[in-house]
Ligand binder design. Structure first.
Ligand SMILES: [Fe+2]
Ligand SMILES: [Fe+2]
Length: 366
């Protein structure tokens, strides 16, 4: 079957090795080679200096026991333990063995979504190389494409060599990333990837980093976060220039995009296959997980959501999207209780503080 046949059939089963996505954006060739945007020049030079090598900078001989990695339990696993104590729960007769297995499956599912998301970031950065009209941004996006290739590669290797079989990309993440790859407006790729998904990634990686002491995973996450913070800064620097010249109607479109994507993010889908592998269905478990969340007073993603919005809101403020159209987004986010983070540090100001690669190298030279 050719890729076109597969697309005509609408086939997208996990057995398919590829998925076709159509991009509606124009590719832009530029004759302006002058370096016109000093902030992007600085970021590009920083990216070139802080490249790392997945083979020589990470110690792949490290022995990893997934059951030990998850000893500091994820909020979802802790919630499952509470849900199991509720009468009628499908997990009522689980022993410690099942909870350990659930922990490992949740960990595997999380790493799998990281891996697929990194491929999405690689594709989106490559799209920006082709579609953004500014030479300095094309150069920077090229370095990001390389960064994302390395991220995809290390998550795939960590899963394959240390943890186990990957899960498929979640339909929620597919919907989000494929939408960016298809959009005709180049800035939407930036807004969806560099601003929303990469702020989300910084929060998710930071959350996992706080809960693990496994040395290979720790170093891998620190190094990936060094790159991700730069990517978010790239988005902020580029879009604050571009959005300064858009009309109110165009800005409204971007505000609507933010609203739609962030409110959907609040309802992050879980991976139903995790529960299938545990021999129970998501439908059977979900009411008990919700009841447990009510009983402990917060959902499984509470801490993560706080970390996400504390990065996202100041970044969006910096783009001018909070206050455009008489504070349309400010009002909506205010109603959702998200404005408490408005004056936290934005990532264009604090990205260098994430640079573990440079910090390690400076230490090595001492
Ligand atoms: Fe990445
Ligand atoms: Fe990234």
């Amino acid at each position: 079957m050719t890729a076109t046949d597969r697309e005509l059939l609408g086939a997208d089963s996990p057995e398919d090795a590829v998925r076709v996505v159509h991009d509606h954006a124009d590719r832009i060739f530029s004759w302006r080679y002058d370096r016109e945007r000093p902030q992007l020049v600085t970021l590009y030079n920083k990216a070139a200096a802080s490249q790392w090598n997945s083979v020589t900078d990470l110690d792949w001989s490290t022995a990893v026991d997934p059951e030990r990695v998850i000893e500091d339990e994820s909020p979802a696993l802790r919630l499952a333990r509470v849900a199991a104590t509720m009468s009628g729960s499908p997990m009522a007769n689980w022993s410690e063995k099942e909870f350990k297995q659930l922990g490992v499956e949740l960990f595997k599912a999380q790493l799998s979504q990281f891996m697929h998301g990194e491929q999405g970031a690689m594709m989106t950065a490559a799209k920006l190389v082709e579609t953004v009209p500014w030479m300095d941004a094309k150069y920077y996006a090229s370095t990001q494409t390389m960064d994302e290739a390395r991220h995809t590669e290390v998550f795939a290797r960590y899963l394959h060599e240390k943890v186990g079989e990957a899960y498929p990309m979640s339909p929620y993440l597919q919907g989000q990333i494929f939408g960016l790859l298809e959009d005709s407006r180049w800035d939407i790729a930036y807004l969806g990837m560099q601003i929303i998904i990469e702020s989300l990634a910084l929060a998710a990686f930071g959350d996992l980093l706080r809960r693990t002491s496994e040395p290979l995973l720790t170093k891998l996450l620190r190094y990936i976060m060094s790159d991700e913070a730069r990517h978010v800064a790239f988005g902020i620097v580029s879009l604050s220039e571009y959005y300064a010249d858009l009309t109110s109607a165009e800005l409204k479109e971007r505000q609507e995009f933010m609203l739609e994507n962030t409110l959907r993010s609040r309802l992050r889908s879980t991976t139903p296959e995790v529960w299938d592998r545990m021999g129970v269905s998501l439908e059977a478990v979900a009411p008990f997980m919700l009841e447990a969340a009510g009983a402990v007073g917060h959902g499984p993603f509470q801490a993560f959501q706080t970390a996400f919005f504390s990065k996202l809101v100041p970044n969006v403020r910096k783009l001018g999207l909070l206050d455009a159209n008489h504070g349309y987004l400010r009002q909506k986010w205010g109603e959702a209780g998200l404005l408490e983070f408005e004056h936290a540090d934005d990532t264009a100001s604090d990205f260098a503080s994430y640079d573990a690669v440079a910090a390690d190298r400076a230490r090595g030279r001492e």
